[in-house]
Design a protein around this ligand. Structure first.
Ligand SMILES: [Zn+2]
Ligand SMILES: [Zn+2]
Length: 182
């Protein structure tokens, strides 16, 4: 077990609110990803970026352990519904994707922590070396540009506007709204 495990687990449990298999996976995946990038103290390294593939427990653990967050633009949520995460060196855009890959499952009366402790990372995760394509407007730092939507007049940052029938529109006004006004 990684020497940071107890401390990482504590951080993740406090951030997430409970201990579950997803948190255990996330803590182990995050540390394996950091180890791959050669990072021991994530708080002292801002040169990596993390992708998570579901809005579930595991992602909270990855955030708690790596310190990468949406607001810092170093956590990217890709809505695949998969228990996986990728850890990318921002200079090379290369890194590792790690996905839960096991048929094992603790029974409800079993302690999740001691159950998963029986397995090595290699036994329960799949590892893939990857290269990602990150657009300049998705990188950390000041917004590259911002425009005003011609319909609602709200400000749109980072190239998220859409040109439709010759008009500059936000995604909501262009027809991709997640809400309806009531
Ligand atoms: Zn949970
Ligand atoms: Zn608009």
């Amino acid at each position: 077990m990684d020497k940071h495990f107890e401390e990482d687990l504590k951080k993740a449990r406090e951030f997430h609110g409970h201990l579950c298999s997803g948190i255990i996976f996330g803590v182990r995946i995050a540390r394996a990803g950091l180890n791959y990038l050669g990072i021991e103290e994530p708080a002292e390294n801002k040169d990596f970026i993390v992708f998570v593939e579901a809005d579930r427990c595991l992602s909270d653990a990855v955030q708690a352990v790596t310190g990468c967050s949406l607001g810092k633009r170093r956590l990217k949520w890709i809505d695949y519904g998969k228990m996986g995460a990728s850890f990318i060196d921002m200079k090379t855009l290369k890194g590792i994707r790690i996905v839960v890959n096991t048929k094992e499952n603790p029974s409800p009366d079993q302690d999740a922590l001691s159950f998963w402790n029986q397995f090595t990372d290699e036994q329960i995760f799949k590892f893939e070396k990857i290269l990602v394509d990150i657009r300049p407007e998705d990188l950390p730092g000041r917004p590259t540009r911002s425009v005003k939507c011609e319909a609602c007049h709200e400000k749109v940052m980072d190239g998220r506007e859409i040109i439709k029938d010759g008009k500059v529109l936000c995604k909501a006004c262009a027809g991709d709204a997640y809400y309806k006004k009531i």
